[in-house]
Every structure is written in structure tokens, then in C-alpha cells.
Design a protein around this ligand. Structure first.
Ligand SMILES: Cc1cc2nc3c(=O)[nH]c(=O)nc-3n(C[C@H](O)[C@H](O)[C@H](O)COP(=O)(O)O)c2cc1C
Length: 187
């Protein structure tokens, strides 16, 4: 059987982003457990701040159409996102708002899994609940498990793996279940 196609991206494009490190660690684990992984950066899919007037004049940006096609071609998606003021980062929310303008929008066919890293102890959990609310509002299937990693500064080894063994095993279990469910739903 073909491997499950997984797209992974971070809700931050900051240089040295902890959540981009999370996206990389997750990508490595997912490849180890048999997924066909595409790790992208939202830096490569820029879009203006959503504005209906801009959309009326210009339509949906080509970068958004391209990202939507990539998502539609994926069976599963892992979003690694920081929490900004208990919510979703403007970058990620803007990207989702634009993607939601595609017809059909690419959220129904993809199974989502979420994770976040923060310098504090909670790992951005409130941001992930806000993100979950947005995705579910778009009829996305969002897996119940979510990976929250606190203490960002010491969360990763030099080689990009998780420094904490329990985090490594929780991440592996989360990805195995995501891939199992996404594989079954595509049939
Ligand atoms: C505007 C703003 C709001 C933030 N709000 C929160 C917050 O509500 N909770 C939290 O844990 N961290 C918050 N942070 C800190 C981020 O978790 C921290 O900057 C993190 O490193 C961002 O993720 P990144 O490293 O992937 O870019 C906020 C940061 C910014 C810039």
C-alpha cells in the first residue's frame, strides 16, 4: 500500500523558531514510522493580510492555490504552532483564512494533528485549542491527541530530536495513530 502522505508546517517563520524545530522533529519521526513526509515553510507561501476588497480585485493568491493543492494531495497534516495571546498566530490564521476561500477548500479530506512549543510550561495549549476550533469550524477532522512541549530552550537536542524521552514517545504514538487513522480514512 502507498505510504500515507503527510504535510508538516510551522505557524512561525521566525529564524530559530521553536515550532519549526518541532515540525522538523515530527517530520523525522513520521518518516521513521512510514509516512511520505513533505515539510514546508509558510515563508514559501506568502499571502497578504486577508481583505475582501483585495480578494475582489485580485482573487486568491497563486501561493495559496499552490498550498491548497499540496494539502489536497496530502492524507494528513501536522501543524506545529506557537500560541500568541492565547490564540493562533496571525500568520497561521491568515493562511487558513485564505485557504478557506478555495472552492472546494482543502480541509475536509485531510486529517489534522496539532502540536506546539513554548518557552513557558504549557506548550501553547490554549493556542492549540483556538486552532482546533478554527479547523473544526471548517469541518476538518482533528485528532484528539496534541503534543505540547514546554521549556522550549532545552526541548531539542543538537540533532533536532526531542531531549525528553517521554516527549519522544508521546510524539511517536501521536504520529503512529495519525498515520493509521489517515490511512484508513483515505480507503
Ligand atoms: C505577540 C506574541 C504573543 C505571545 N503570546 C504567548 C502566549 O499567549 N502564550 C505563550 O506561551 N507564549 C506566548 N508568546 C511567546 C511565544 O510562545 C514565543 O515567542 C515562541 O518562541 C514563539 O514561537 P516560535 O519560537 O516558534 O516562533 C507570545 C509571543 C508573541 C510575539
Amino acid at each position: 500500500m502507498n505510504p500515507v502522505k503527510l504535510i508538516v508546517f510551522s505557524g512561525s517563520i521566525r529564524n530559530g523558531s521553536h515550532n519549526t524545530k518541532l515540525a522538523s522533529a515530527v517530520s523525522a519521526i513520521a518518516a521513521d514510522v512510514g509516512a511520505d513526509v513533505t515539510h514546508i515553510s509558510l515563508k514559501d507561501y506568502p499571502a497578504p493580510l486577508f481583505d475582501s476588497e483585495w480578494e475582489k480585485e485580485n482573487g486568491v493568491p497563486a501561493s495559496v492555490t499552490e498550498l491548497g493543492a499540496l494539502m489536497s494531495a496530502s492524507d494528513a497534516a501536522f501543524l506545529a504552532s506557537p500560541e500568541y495571546n492565547s490564540g493562533v498566530t496571525p500568520l497561521l490564521k491568515n493562511t487558513i483564512d485564505w485557504l478557506s476561500r478555495l472552492k472546494p477548500h482543502p480541509f475536509k479530506e485531510t486529517v489534522f494533528s496539532l502540536g506546539g512549543v513554548s518557552p513557558g510550561s504549557l506548550g501553547g495549549i490554549r493556542g492549540l485549542f483556538a486552532l482546533r476550533t478554527t479547523l473544526v469550524g471548517l469541518n476538518a477532522i482533528v485528532m484528539p491527541e496534541q503534543l505540547t512541549v514546554g521549556g522550549a530552550g532545552s526541548a531539542f537536542n543538537e540533532d533536532g530530536s526531542f531531549s525528553n524521552e517521554r516527549t519522544q514517545s508521546l510524539a511517536t504514538a501521536q504520529l503512529e495513530r495519525l498515520i493509521d487513522v489517515a490511512g484508513r480514512l483515505r480507503n
